[in-house]
Design a protein around this ligand. Structure first.
Ligand code: SDX
Length: 387
């Protein structure tokens, strides 16, 4: 083999995970990792979680301001009317393998529905806003319809008179949720709507930067969200809690895992160096729901896990992130584990589309470098001369 490239004296700085690299300016979302604050267009998620709805949060992320009452009513009805999926999509869902992971079904279905959108390749901002609304509206219906089909149940069509969160739970479970469950789902969707340049948002930006269409960018984002280091952590975190099974086993599980250099899913974050503010909000809902559902032990397990992990990893500033509690909340709301990451996508489609539309306002092809250290003069030997 030829000689490898001798590293030049000026070896470039390689940021493998792009830690601390800024790829664009944004006014969509601010994550204050030191103080544990999260703002959407300047509005603190504490205020939005207390006073807003997912539909209003979508408007804020995409339009950059609070809607007037008339605008809110109009935006809400546009989303409600766009929830329905066509018989073609239902046919696609019916022919998916029965054990297909719902997040993969969603990735497939979003790619599929792009073929029926006459505006798919229309690059104008107005068309992209309309496509964003259609995507945000249809994703929950796709997930719910597939869940009913794979369980051999009749599909529950959307009810546009209900709010999105409430209707999603109704389409999944077949019955209208109680007001508390509907509100908790609404807040969970608010909390997951955006989080600046996370891996899936960046995947959407990379795809969009080539001027591919919005659907293609969202397919890239869904595919990226799936991983257990990102959106898949909520399912992994709950699996851990269920595997621990008893509160008295929780501390030892964490200690053993850390001693074996393992990861506690639902903890740590590339940006937060303190508690993820979303986790703190969801933790209270998890407490409330666990008492209402008679599953206090499960919440006690989560409490011991977080006390132990925070104590043991204090030096590394590892704290619970949104995924540690979102899985527990969704479980207590009656959702199956493999729907947790799709629910993350139900919400995050709003953030992904907001970032793509913002990036297209000042587009630049994303094309980084990699530093070559391989051979530069390998001699080619014709096949017949090789052993
Ligand atoms: C989300 O980016 C976003 O904003 C994402 C998100 C969003 O809303 O979009 O917030 C949603 O994805 C939240 C993160 C969900 N993922 C998990 O919970 C998976 C478990 N967490 C980790 O794998 C980790 O914390 C990451 C991937 C989230 C972040 O890791 P980094 O920034 O790459 O840090 P690292 O892996 O280099 O870890 C630094 C140190 C290491 O120890 P040393 O090698 O230095 O001794 O911290 C340790 C790690 O071992 N560490 C953990 C840990 N997370 C980090 N140790 C045990 N358990 C963990 N969870």
């Amino acid at each position: 083999m030829g000689s490898a490239v001798k590293p030049a004296l000026d070896v470039p700085r390689i940021d493998k995970g792009l830690d601390d690299i800024y790829v664009k300016e944004t006014s969509i979302c601010y994550v204050d990792g030191q103080r544990g604050r999260l703002l959407y267009r300047g509005f603190d998620i504490q205020d939005l979680a207390q006073h807003s709805t997912f539909e209003e949060t979508i408007f804020i992320l995409i339009h950059g301001r609070l809607p007037t009452r008339q605008e809110f009513a109009h935006a809400r009805s546009i989303l409600a009317e766009a929830r329905a999926i066509t018989p073609d999509v239902v046919r696609l869902l019916r022919c998916m393998p029965s054990d297909a992971p719902p997040i993969d079904v969603l990735r497939t279905a979003v790619s599929y529905i792009s073929n029926f959108d006459s505006e798919r390749d229309d690059p104008t901002r107005a068309a992209n806003m309309r496509k964003a609304q259609r995507l945000i509206a249809k994703v929950p219906t796709i997930i719910a319809a597939h869940h009913r089909i794979r369980n051999g149940k009749r599909i529950v069509p959307p009810d546009p008179s209900l709010g999105g969160a409430e209707d999603f739970l109704r389409m999944v479970t077949g019955r209208k949720p109680d007001p508390l469950s509907a509100r908790i789902m609404d807040v969970a969707l608010i909390l997951h709507a955006d989080h600046s340049m996370n891996a899936s948002a960046f995947a959407a930006i990379v795809s969009a930067s080539t001027l591919a269409d919005l659907y293609s960018a969202i397919v890239a984002a869904i595919a990226t969200l799936k991983g257990p280091l990102h959106g898949g952590a909520n399912e992994a975190a709950l699996r851990t809690m269920l595997a621990i099974a008893k509160p008295e086993a929780a501390e030892q599980y964490v200690l053993d895992t850390l001693r074996n250099r393992g990861r506690i899913f639902g903890f740590g974050h590339r940006v937060y160096r303190t508690y993820d503010p979303r986790a703190l909000i969801l933790r209270e809902y998890a407490r409330q729901l666990s008492e209402l559902r008679g599953q206090e032990d499960l919440f006690r397990i989560s409490e011991i896990m977080q006390e132990t992990t925070v104590r043991e990893l204090k030096a590394k500033q590892i704290y619970p992130n949104v995924d540690f509690y979102s899985g527990l909340v969704y479980h207590l709301l009656g959702l199956p584990m493999d729907l947790f990451t799709p629910v993350f996508a139900v919400s995050r489609v709003s953030g992904w589309t907001a970032h793509v539309i913002e990036y297209w306002d000042d587009n630049r092809l994303v094309r980084p470098l990699d530093y070559y250290v391989g051979p530069t003069d390998a001699a080619y030997v014709p096949l017949e001369e090789r052993p």
